[in-house]
Ligand binder design. Structure first.
Ligand SMILES: [Fe+2]
Length: 468
């Protein structure tokens, strides 16, 4: 009898589960009715003004900065000199002071098929003061160039800070619109979380690395003045055995240094930083992540280190999305989701930003971690410990928009739209952050999608009523 009661209860649960699953699978969120005028996405020609090199012999170009340590007191300054190595020195000083300091960097070059890089300089400036404006100069003599940046506030739980979020940017006319909209967004992003796929140079014959140089010159107008936090995408692999290039990530890792050693990572493709009130974990979709691999082991050790009393906001950047309802790259992130999603729920990640799909999508808070190969529980369910997954691969690259969507919209998808744009994530304090997505066709202040995020550690209540 007890066995019969048990099987009846199990059957009832199964029926309930199926009903719930059908509701979860088929009761989708909003597919935007906005219809974008469809035009072919075209790369800007080499002689475009945004690609212009600074005048003068060996003038530094492609200047960009990123965080240089784990907590924001160091900056890596990178630049390219085209004619000769020149100076490795960065001169820097605090605003309103006369005393100038110097830091020495190193210079690197690389070959890629028949391309020889310029002289790529990387210099880490250390022991900076928090929340301070610094000027810096690179180059020598008549072609020295001057820029500035503002260091983040000291790491702490209630420090307001605004991140821009951009992905899959490329160098088309649409890419230029995206960057312009980010720069003129009144939310005023203080640094950029970049979710991978930078230049799309690999779309050119022999991965013409001249297009890495043009991309560096194009993005200098932002990346020289505020740190861009880099995650690698598939277009950074530059894996091309047919032309003898078998070492992946060669141009990317030569051109874009990141502070991976500061978080005990063994490779520049996965690492973490603290910035203001956020803890940012960068993962690599295109490096091994199975059990016992370096990335797996690193993440396993990394997540317990996050102190939410110090950095309440836990943000992950990973190129290939885990929750995607477009007919592009569908389920490509699945194997990594299977490996890591349990941890993201356990450690209450607030938000995961991905790219890869050239469109925009925001998920509900869902997880799909109950499945154990025999229980059949393999659909996403609402989970208030789960992150929101955001696809922001809508930077505007040459490959064009992803327009075909899975129909009906799955329940895990809260909002989706095939338009180019960018987002901002504005942390207010330990409990609240304001997120907004901006499409390129709108005015700079217009928010096409927005949401108040409630922190999963300090304020883990359902935000769905707050979503717009
Ligand atoms: Fe991609």
């Amino acid at each position: 009898m007890r066995a019969k009661m048990g099987s009846f209860a199990a059957f009832s649960l199964l029926v309930l589960g199926l009903v719930f699953n059908i509701a979860v699978l088929c009761n989708g969120g909003k597919t935007s009715s906005y219809v974008r005028k469809m035009e072919k996405t075209v790369d800007m020609p080499l002689n475009s003004d945004v690609f212009g090199a600074p005048e003068g012999y060996n003038a530094p170009q492609q200047v960009h900065i990123t965080q240089g340590d784990h907590e924001g007191k160091a900056v890596i300054v990178s630049w390219v000199t085209p004619d000769e190595p020149g100076s490795n020195t960065v001169i820097y000083w605090k605003e309103n002071t006369e005393y100038k300091k110097k830091a020495e960097g190193k210079v690197y070059t690389y070959k890629f098929y028949n391309y020889n890089s310029g002289y790529i300089h990387h210099c880490t400036i250390k022991s900076l003061e928090f929340d301070t404006k610094y000027y810096y100069e690179v180059g020598a003599g008549h072609t020295m160039r001057k820029f500035w940046f503002v260091t983040p506030p000291a790491v702490g739980p209630d420090v307001p800070y605004t991140f821009g979020v951009i992905g899959d940017l490329g160098q088309s006319y649409d890419s230029n619109m995206t960057l312009t909209h980010y720069e003129l967004n009144p939310q005023k992003g203080q640094s950029v979380l970049f979710v991978g796929d930078l230049s799309y140079a690999d779309n050119y014959p022999n991965h013409d690395n001249v297009r890495w140089d043009t991309w560096g010159r194009f993005t200098e107008r932002s990346a020289a003045y505020q740190p861009w936090i880099w995650a690698a995408g598939n277009h950074e692999m530059d894996f091309a055995p047919e032309i003898g290039e078998i070492k992946p990530f060669k141009p990317f890792t030569h051109r874009y240094h990141v502070p991976y050693r500061a978080s005990n990572s063994t490779a520049p493709l996965w690492y973490s930083i603290k910035r203001a009130s956020a803890y940012i974990i960068v993962l690599s979709s295109y490096s091994a992540y199975g059990k016992y691999t370096p990335q797996y082991t690193w993440l396993e050790q990394e997540l317990p280190k996050v102190n939410r009393t110090e950095t309440p906001w836990l943000i992950v950047l990973v190129h290939s999305p885990w929750y995607n309802s477009y007919n592009y790259h569908f389920m490509e992130g699945e194997s990594m989701r299977v490996m890591f999603e349990q941890w993201f729920v356990q450690y209450k990640v607030d938000v995961v930003f991905s790219g890869h799909v050239h469109a925009y999508e925001r998920s509900e808070r869902v997880s799909n971690i109950a499945y154990n190969i025999v229980n059949g529980l393999c659909v996403p369910v609402k989970d208030q410990s789960a992150p929101v997954y955001i696809i922001i691969g809508d930077g505007g690259n040459i490959e064009g928009l992803a327009t075909s969507m899975i129909d009906p919209q799955p329940a895990y998808s809260a909002y989706r739209e095939a338009s180019f744009g960018h987002a901002t994530f504005s942390i207010k304090n330990r409990t609240h952050a304001y997120y907004s997505w901006h499409r390129n066709q709108d005015g700079y202040a217009v928010e096409a999608d927005s949401m108040w995020f409630f922190n999963r550690y300090w304020n883990p209540v359902n935000e769905s009523s707050e979503s717009q």
